[in-house]
Design a protein around this ligand. Sequence first.
Ligand code: AMP
Length: 119
Amino acid sequence: MCIFCKIVNGEIPSNKVLENEEFMAFHDISPKAPIHVLIIPKQHIENFQSTPSEIMAKMTPFIQEVAKTLSLDKTGYRLIVNNGEDGGQEVMHLHFHILGGTKLLWPYLAPEKEAKKYV
Ligand code: AMP
């Protein structure tokens, strides 16, 4: 069973922000911003690429509700999904990172030469 499934069933503790029957939001254990929360479906879905559109249709309002709960809806936030190996996905259970609480940087994410290849 994956680490996020263990969080869902309570085997691993988490600092919960919001939960309903299908989704859960909890603080990232290694925050990269003043506010860094992970939003997951309770159902095990490996990654964004394999996520059915019906799940996203329900997940979108949940993510918006999490933003409100964290008071990020007015100040702004960044949503990130790392998908697969090149995307840097470490936990193979779909999760959105919601980051905020400061004006975030937009750091260079690939070597300069590579990033300009397709411009
Ligand atoms: P990713 O690299 O997109 O797969 O992100 C995985 C995230 O899960 C990282 O930001 C980790 O810090 C976070 N993480 C790993 N284990 C836990 C945990 N037990 N509780 C909360 N966050 C976790």
